[in-house]
Design a protein around this ligand. Structure first.
Ligand code: HC1
Ligand code: SF4
Length: 578
């Protein structure tokens, strides 16, 4: 089938929209609300206007290209005078009640609305008014996410992701006419709503309307305070996602440059969450074997904080099935304020633990009241990948110009390949199997890569023979909350037959966490490359099992005793709120 776009013949397929056919044939049409990757074409922004003349029809008309099917013989023009004037007017109307404090917006320079305003050649907005309707407020009630409705352009991508991709359905379209907006269901503040702070809505927001609660200023306060000892940790997925913030190809491993950047910032101690991931395997693996021996099944992993929020808010009856082991972020935090100062002779009250995570929900986790040592949080501050990039840019550090550095701390920085793979779906499960096999059989599993556990399907299942007195176990891995809802309902209804279930709330796991770089116009563009980079780290590590990490062995010998010892229990395990 053929049509003409800007004088050139193009071929198209049945059911193609004009926008799809134009893109495939290299014709640019600006859009703000449409997002192909999640099949979202609400037609609300009206900037994807084109002029069309249908076959056998002389009169051209203007239509929105995102939701108009292309037809045989159609003549399409994307840059006529009329189209350009109408697009410009449309953008002026969008800016009429938009908060135009662009210089102070964290999205400045990375905003799809700015791109479109440049494209239509807008130099000032004639209709702008400073008084917003009451509904266009800033909601700061969540510890993780800020919704600034003065910057919302009503594309409803966030509503679509939350409802259709995550199945949480916490966001709704509110009001009508000039007061149309996006709110939390039941008009609740975000902090009291059903939102689980996964941050997937942030990844698709075209403007600065959705973002993490920015903590870069507090980190700078800590860095320049001579009385404070800053201890940094960064998550498994950070090293393979962070380079993109500085223009490096997706999946580039920048672990060494991150260490160098933190030292240049003035960090006192730079350590690794991957070390704590190995510790989690020691605890969670032992806990799981105990539960299996007691006939308690299944056990769910507990390292993903958006999953914990989801379980607590949406399915509290599932909480008894969750592992009590804290996440690596929190195991790190508590050890950095107990074990580390004991070993290094530092006053624990001076230590501030700062995490760099690909995740917004980790901010929520860090302020949970059961994750404190007395009055002190185990983790003081969490920066997302995006904030860490912002911090480096604020402090004039260019990641690309740094020579890679290495860890030099003998207590909490070494990690195994098992700790590294936590950052992708199936990784926690694979790491746990490697260690449980050794515990049960006294010798290592041959061939540490367990292929059935790898993959990208939203729900995967596998059967693995662990040997010893446990034998064959049934495993499931699920990433993306939509699939989680089904699996949790199956468990509660007695329809599921599993021993161990790994849950990661973000589709893809942490490699595509809600705190990572936003890919303008795409959703989950780089997850696979980041995952492959994580598997490469595992492949090249001399130590690939958590129990063989020498720093983990030292931690147990010199501080914790055995996994699940009284001290390990007190420091590394938690409970959940119904
Ligand atoms: Fe994750 Fe985890 S893997 S939750 O995805 O268990 O964020 O990367 O840090 O805590 O280790 C995130 C990543 C991360 C924890 C670990
Ligand atoms: Fe929905 Fe997640 Fe956004 Fe909350 S953070 S509104 S759960 S997509």
């Amino acid at each position: 089938m053929q049509a003409t776009i800007n004088g050139k013949t193009v071929t198209f397929e049945e059911h193609d929209t004009i926008l799809e056919a134009a893109r495939r044939n290299g014709h640019f049409i600006p859009t703000l609300c449409e997002l192909h990757d999640i099949d979202h074409t609400p037609g609300t922004c009206r900037v994807c206007l084109v002029e069309i003349t249908r076959a056998g029809n002389r009169e051209p008309t203007i239509v929105t290209s995102c939701n108009t099917p292309i037809e045989e013989g159609m003549v399409i023009r994307t840059r006529t005078q009329k189209v350009r004037e109408m697009q410009r007017l449309q953008v002026e109307l969008l800016l009429a009640d938009h908060d135009l404090n662009c210089a102070t917006c964290t999205r400045h320079g990375d905003c799809e609305l700015q791109d479109v305003a440049q494209f239509v050649g807008l130099q000032h907005s004639r209709f702008h008014r400073d008084e917003f309707p009451r509904t266009r407020m800033v909601d700061t009630s969540s510890p993780a996410i800020v919704r600034d409705l003065g910057k919302c352009i009503r594309c409803f991508r966030c509503v679509a992701v939350c409802r259709n991709e995550q199945g949480v359905d916490a966001l709704v379209v509110t009001g009508s006419g000039l007061e149309t907006g996006v709110g939390m269901r039941d008009n609740l503040p975000q902090g009291a709503s059903d939102c689980v702070t996964c941050g997937q809505c942030i990844l698709v927001c075209p403007t600065g309307a959705l973002g993490e609660k920015d903590e870069t200023e507090r980190v700078i306060d800590y860095l320049y305070d001579p009385d404070i000892v800053t201890v940094f940790q960064f998550a498994p997925a950070i090293r393979v996602g962070f380079g993109e913030e500085f223009g490096l190809p997706a999946g580039t491993n920048v672990e060494g440059q991150i260490i160098a950047a933190l030292r240049q910032l003035g960090a006192d101690i730079v350590l690794d969450t991957n070390f704590a991931a190995d510790v989690v395997i020691m605890e969670e693996g032992t806990e799981l074997l105990g539960r299996l021996r007691e006939g308690k099944r299944p056990t769910f992993t507990s390292c993903c904080p958006a999953w914990i929020n989801f379980a607590e808010k949406h399915y509290p009856d599932i909480l008894p099935y969750l592992s009590s082991t804290k996440s690596p972020q929190q195991c790190f935090g508590v050890l950095a304020k107990t074990y580390l100062p004991e070993k290094m002779g530092i006053d624990p009250s001076k230590i501030r633990v700062i995490s760099i995570m690909p995740c917004t929900a980790k901010k929520d986790e860090a302020v949970r009241r059961m994750l404190r040592i007395g009055d002190t949080p185990e983790v003081d501050l969490v920066l997302t990948t995006r904030e860490f990039a912002r911090l480096l840019k604020r402090e004039g550090v260019d990641l690309r110009s740094l020579d890679p550095s290495t860890f030099d701390n003998p207590y909490m920085s070494a990690y195994s390949g098992a700790g590294a793979i936590f950052g992708t779906t199936g990784g926690v499960m694979e790491a746990a199997v490697r260690t449980m096999y050794k515990v049960l059989n006294g010798h290592e599993l041959e061939g540490v890569v367990i292929d059935p556990l790898r993959g990208f399907e939203p729900v995967r299942t596998a059967t693995v023979d662990l040997g010893g007195d446990i034998g064959t176990v049934k495993l499931a891995m699920c990433h993306g909350l939509k699939g989680v809802r089904t699996i949790v309902e199956d468990v509660l209804a007695g329809r599921a037959d599993f021993d161990f279930i790994e849950i990661m709330a973000c589709p893809g796991g942490c490699v595509d966490g809600g705190g990572h770089l936003r890919s303008k116009k795409h959703y989950q563009l780089h997850a696979r490359k980041r995952r492959d980079a994580i598997y490469d780290i595992d492949r090249t590590k001399p130590v690939r099992q958590s129990h063989n990490n020498p720093q983990v062995q030292r931690l147990y010998e010199e501080f914790l005793g055995e996994p699940l010892s009284e001290r390990a229990h007190e420091l590394l395990h938690t409970r959940y709120i119904r």
